[in-house]
Ligand binder design. Sequence first.
Ligand code: ZN
Length: 421
Amino acid sequence: MTMPDLHPDGFARLPMLLDALARFSAPGAGVTRLVYDEHWCEAQVWVRAQARALGLQATADAAGNLYLHSESVQPGAEVVLVGSHLDTVRHGGAYDGGYGAMAGLLLAAAHAGQPGTPVVGFITCEEEQSRFDSHMMGARSMLGIVEDAELDSVRDGEGVTWRQALQAIRASGHAAAPVAGGLCAPLFTPRAQFELHIEQGPVLESAGEAIGVVAHIAGYRRLRATLTGAPRHSGTTPLAARRDALAGAAEVILAAEALARASGEPARVSCGRVIAAPGLYNVVAGRSELALEVRHDRVEQLDALEAALLDHCDTIAMRRALAFTHERVAEQAPTALSPALVRMAAALANEHGVAHRIMTSGAAHDTMEFARAGIPALMLFVPSRDGISHSPDEFTGAAQLQAGVCFASDLLTRITAGGAW
Ligand SMILES: [Zn+2]
């Protein structure tokens, strides 16, 4: 039996769909489409119309996530989910989220009626954490793991709660009614989930590779660290008598950079902010607070990086007669994606001579939540020009975008055929 060619036109309409989706944006540079805002609502209506034009139904859940499926595949069915998110950062690009979302739409349409496990496109309502002080609201609500209390505790910058925002979009038909006992229950039963995404880094482009097969998503630890010295007159206090908390912070920052460099890929150690007090020209800083972050894709390495960074902080503080304290304010565990799906993707790439690599994602994605929920999950990256993302300058060429979807389509054919993976 020969399989039908599922991408006879090479998914040629993909760049056009991405251009059209990017027009749903607040004014200003790039794309700004925050969850549940008017542009997000208009984009969701447009996606539903595109789905209908391709012969698919678009079903919204109670959080405003969309499922794009054949009429013959109804909620409750065991499916393979493919898609990404609809929201963007402020002044972001047209590709982050949009690419995987439009790819999911086209792949669901191309695979409709094919044998094996049905393919359902998904578009999560929120991933970027750009409006609400929460994370992965879309994927977590799709998975039915959002606590009811979170609907009241999560607020945007204007104090609007998640529940209030949802009530408004439900009234306009952009989300379904909540289920008894919670926000959402999973509408379909995912046998596997995968997401196409731009890399958002420079690795694939530099290496001239078409596909990144993501095997791990890095985790992080975030530390609020404080160095306390003594605020003294900057003109009259001799250098030897100073306990300069800002000079100590500078040493910590450079030690963090050196630690990351010495640890090799994919370790990251960064300081994103220093606040020095009292912050005057004529006073040696008596206190500085640093926002430190370590990232790695293995938990043992994450532990080791955090411990090494804290050792450096202790040593520097002791030598400079500063007090050092810290607290971990946030963390995310590293997540391994499905080894079987990674092997399947790598085998497909090898068979077709597709230049690829198995890699780690330094950024978090919806797929992380599916993998944590025990669903076999995979991400595929395509190159990002100059590695730029979360910027109006984000760009991936049409041929690279289409190559990613064609590869994903062939991979879906293998995944949906079932078997021993
Ligand atoms: Zn994204």
